[in-house]
Ligand binder design. Sequence first.
Ligand code: PHE
Length: 334
Amino acid sequence: MIDKIEAAKREFDHDADAVGDERALESFRVKFLSRNGIISKLFDEMKAAPNEEKPALGKALNQFRKGAEEKFTALEEKLQSDGEEDAVDLSLPGEPAFVGGKHILTQTIDSIKDIFKRMGFSVYEGPELESDYHNFEALNFPPDHPARDEQDTYFVNDKFLLRTHTSPVQIRLMQSTKPPVRAIMPGKVYRNEAINARSMNHFYQVEGLHVDTDVTFADLKSALMRFAAEFYGENSRYRFRASFFPFTEPSAEMDISCFLCGGEGCRVCKHTGWLEILGCGMVDPNVLKAVGYDPDVYSGYAFGMGVDRTALMRYAVPDIRVLYENDIRFLRQF
Ligand code: PHE
């Protein structure tokens, strides 16, 4: 009889290991623990055993039954908690996904690009590490021009530097394309300047260039007036002031009426009513010659504008440095 109990225990352990779901658990319970189950039958059989064996058999069977019941409860709990892990509550609210946004400099460059693209300009880019030739020489800077000083420009060695403006991209574009060319060239530029709330030693510019036969100053004005109307509003006023750049002749700077005060004078326009927005002019014949365009056949205009100040004015941000700190609390506001 004792052997029979031991055999039943081994069978119980073996079957318990195989229980994998609730149905298997129920047949396992019926087989061992129900009224007609193996353990009940063993109790019945014990009644026929000799009296002197009964206490030992009773003890062994009671232990078996207790252990079996405990094992059954444990299996039942395990199956339940496994089920909970898998369960998905479809009524729970979803976790919001973090959606990134465009930096305000990128947003500003994008809207400038959109306006010029509609006017037929394509977009062209060049390297930030430039040669002295592209940044200065081909643009008609004389060898002793102050911008070529180490005080103003980050030189990498005698021949290479971090570009100080996007104008060298004009040179690269014209060197690689035959006229007509009409493109804008956005990008980052570097100047060896002290950093404060109003200026950084690196910032963004958008350059523009249009070269063809018979391009005149009137074309320059009409393109920039269209741009100003779209970017700063149809009601903004503008003016051109004579200026000087080595690579354009004649040269001008364009101001627009301050969009904050409408020209009456405020802190943003330093009480002048005007905001200086870009430099421009007719491409100097020396520049056309440097890229192999015949100045007797072709003419063109170029312009260049700073993006950072524009973005600061547009979004009323008082300090240029926040554009480069990447503080998420600032960036999330736009
Ligand atoms: N490159 C000039 C600057 O950085 C801007 C400019 C571009 C002026 C093209 C005229 C024509 O100030």
